[in-house]
Design a binder for this molecule. Structure first.
Ligand SMILES: [Zn+2]
Length: 138
């Protein structure tokens, strides 16, 4: 995809999520890990959902997970998606626990099944941004 211009909206990192997006550019799925109890969470949450601690560190996740739920989008809510429709949107439950909103690639809509194992793929969409998507593991 890097050889053609990417025209869809690209997420913009803020201070809290910058290590997540920097990690994606390096082919790493980064999560926030509670320093007290070890529970993982997505960036943007100040406190651990388990023990309420604010002490945390960044840690690389395995990139493995399962398809928690998904939908096939047929409606064109944004003009940039006109050529992409229908496309899937998915929530992947990572092996570490957090659930990530993403897309499934290398999979036909009819082949998508909840609970199927998936792994992260790193889709470099511009010089600055890499989107983390998931594909079925075989
Ligand atoms: Zn904790």
């Amino acid at each position: 995809m890097a050889d053609q211009e990417y025209t869809l909206p690209i997420p913009v990192a803020d201070e809290a999520s910058k290590p997540f997006f920097d990690g994606a550019n390096e082919g790493k799925l980064m999560l926030v890990k509670c320093s007290q109890c070890g529970t993982y969470r997505l960036p943007g949450r100040e406190r651990c959902l388990d023990c309420w601690s604010t002490e945390s560190e960044w840690a690389q996740a395995s990139g493995n997970g399962k398809l928690y739920t998904y939908g096939i989008m047929h409606q064109k809510y944004h003009p940039a998606f006109a050529d992409e429709t229908p496309y899937n949107y998915a929530i992947v439950e990572l092996a570490e626990g957090p659930r990530l909103v993403t897309n499934i690639v290398d999979c036909k809509p009819d082949d998508m099944k909840t609970d199927m194992p998936v792994e992260a793929v790193f889709d470099r969409v511009s010089d600055e941004a890499t989107l983390i998507r998931f594909r079925p593991t075989h």
